[in-house]
Design a binder for this molecule. Structure first.
Ligand SMILES: Nc1ncnc2c1ncn2[C@@H]1O[C@H](COP(=O)(O)OP(=O)(O)OP(=O)(O)O)[C@@H](O)[C@H]1O
Ligand SMILES: [Mg+2]
Length: 117
């Protein structure tokens, strides 16, 4: 099992939910966060306004964080679909971080591992 943490543009959430549903993801947790990447949150990152001057301060832009613990088998498909449907050619499209998950437990039934997803 892997946890996929995907930090995306808020307007892309519905697309990502559709991708995860189609690929058989068991569940997801979503939060509203603020963040910045390589551009340090400059307005250019929105892809709307051109940056006028050099900024030295870091700004944080609103993003959506989606966490999904999934079967290893679907990880590559999620990545491919996200790249295919969500890459815009503008900076700020977001990132996917992946980590190993040792175990999962469905509290209601006691099922463990992949059966609990
Ligand atoms: N190294 C990081 N650690 C934690 N969160 C990050 C990291 N990089 C990006 N993020 C999160 O992802 C969001 C989107 O990042 P973003 O897509 O701008 O990355 P980038 O490296 O600047 O790539 P790009 O050049 O395509 O914009 C950030 O606002 C932040 O919330
Ligand atoms: Mg960026």
């Amino acid at each position: 099992m892997k946890e996929m943490v995907m930090i995306i543009r808020p307007e892309q959430l519905e697309t990502l939910k559709g991708i995860l549903d189609k690929l058989g993801c068991g569940g997801m947790t979503i939060s509203s966060v603020m963040g910045c990447g390589a551009q340090k949150g400059t307005v250019q990152e929105t892809g709307v306004t051109e940056i006028k001057g050099f900024k030295t301060t870091i700004n944080l832009l609103p993003k959506i964080r989606v966490e999904a613990v999934v079967d290893d088998k679907i990880v590559d498909s999620v990545i491919a679909e996200v790249r295919d449907k969500m890459a815009t050619d503008h900076v700020g499209d977001g990132k996917i971080f992946i980590r190993n998950i040792e175990d999962a437990i469905r509290i209601r039934t006691g099922e463990r591992g992949k059966k609990a997803l």
